[in-house]
Design a protein around this ligand. Structure first.
Ligand code: CP3
Length: 351
């Protein structure tokens, strides 16, 4: 008998008893128990102390009972172990410094041995696998090379991505070299997480949607393909996340990702039509839909469920991370609504 969780089954397009649900940034500032821990510990300390990272990972599951846990960490920690200087500013968000990278080099950036540079993440994974039951899958993750490159080059979050695009257009060979190095680091990091016990991995390419399809094909696609093709996809499902990329669906189909995570800018039913039943999808509720009154939220969630569950292989999620001001009652309503949504014949594996 297949004892995998319904989340893992859905990622593989296999029959499930109901739609699985988890939420991006499900562990975080909207939770009072997280804010309480944060009063005592800076964010990076939470990430780097396995016992605390484990505790935070489990917080949303204890309160709401999602079907998957995502490891509590951050995509930018990998850049720190590669040699960049990383700080989290309460007001400005993440700040990165990497000497020489803007001038077109990758001075000093190295591909770290994950067990040495990110051993605290792998320890947290090993502890989590012991405390999570069989029904709740553990998801590992990494930033994708392009999104990591934007943080290195911009020094933080950006609006126009002027520095990234200037670099890429003026010095394409050097940009490719940087992408190659980041891809090596991401691949080793995900492989180490899998060896430590994560059961699925999500690759966050948050900013891929700022590129034209031609630039995406030239500067991003080959590196993401290379990473995904090196992972044991038959054993560990892979999820590709990006924002604002509904214009790149056909390109993303060739990435080699098991599941595509879509945002709310695309109609989920139409996306499923375009991708076909062989491509599991995740998404795509607008995180700000959680600010609706309860009844309206319920019907918005059911609407998304109806479109997503029209074919096998569907994981309910938001289209991006949950907003820190989200009311707890809304999260409860969301999870409850997904849980009580009857499995469609397609989902239950009817011929
Ligand atoms: O619950 C989870 O989803 C797991 C943990 C997780 C975090 N960040 C924790 C976090 C994950 C998967 C991430 C991914 C991440 N981090 C991405 C890709 C996904 C996305 O949101 O687009 C990106 C771009 C980052 C970089 C980052 N980290 C930013 C821009 C910020 C500041 C803005 C913000 O949303 O807070 C962070 C900080 C961060 N990462 C927090 C958490 C819980 C808040 C830290 C705090 O102040 O307590």
């Amino acid at each position: 008998m297949n004892t995998d969780s319904r989340f893992l089954k859905a990622c593989r397009g296999e029959p499930v008893d109901r739609v699985p649900v988890w939420l991006m940034r499900q562990a975080g500032r909207y939770l009072p128990e997280y804010r309480k821990l944060r009063e005592a510990h800076p964010f990076l300390e939470l990430c780097k102390t396995p016992a605390l990272a484990v505790e935070v990972t489990l917080q949303p599951l204890e309160r709401f009972g999602m079907d998957a846990a995502i490891l509590f960490s951050d995509i930018l920690l990998l850049l720190e172990t590669m040699g960049a200087d990383l700080r989290f500013d309460e007001k400005l968000g993440p700040r990165l410094r990497c000497r020489g990278v803007r001038e077109g080099g990758d001075h000093g950036l190295k591909v770290p041995d994950p067990e040495r540079g990110l051993g605290f993440v792998l320890d947290a994974v090993r502890q989590l696998r012991k405390s999570l039951g069989q029904n709740v899958a553990l998801i590992g993750f990494s930033g994708a090379p392009f999104t990591l490159a934007t943080y290195l080059i911009e020094g933080g979050t950006s609006r126009s991505f002027l520095d990234t695009k200037t670099f890429l257009y003026r010095n394409p060979a050097s940009f490719h070299r940087l992408m190659g190095k980041l891809a090596d680091a991401v691949q080793a990091y995900l492989q180490a997480q899998i060896a430590a016990g994560v059961q699925a991995v999500q690759l966050f390419d948050t900013w891929a949607g700022i590129l034209s399809p031609d630039d995406y094909r030239e500067f991003v696609l080959p590196y993401t393909q290379r990473i995904l093709s090196a992972l044991p996809a038959d054993r560990v499902p892979t999820i590709h996340f990006s924002l604002g990329t509904s214009t790149l669906l056909e390109e993303m189909e060739t990435l080699g990702a098991g599941v595509l995570s879509l945002d709310w800018r695309i109609d989920l039913g139409r996306a499923r039509q375009r991708l076909g039943p062989a491509r599991p999808v995740q998404g795509n509720l607008d995180p700000l839909a959680l600010f609706q009154p309860r009844d309206a939220l319920r019907s918005t969630v059911r609407n998304v469920l109806g479109k997503g569950a029209s074919m096998p292989g569907y994981v309910f999620n938001l289209g991006h991370g949950i907003h820190p001001k989200t009311p707890l009652e809304s999260v409860e309503t969301l999870v409850e609504t997904v849980r009580s949504f009857p499995a469609t014949p397609m989902q239950a594996g009817a011929p």
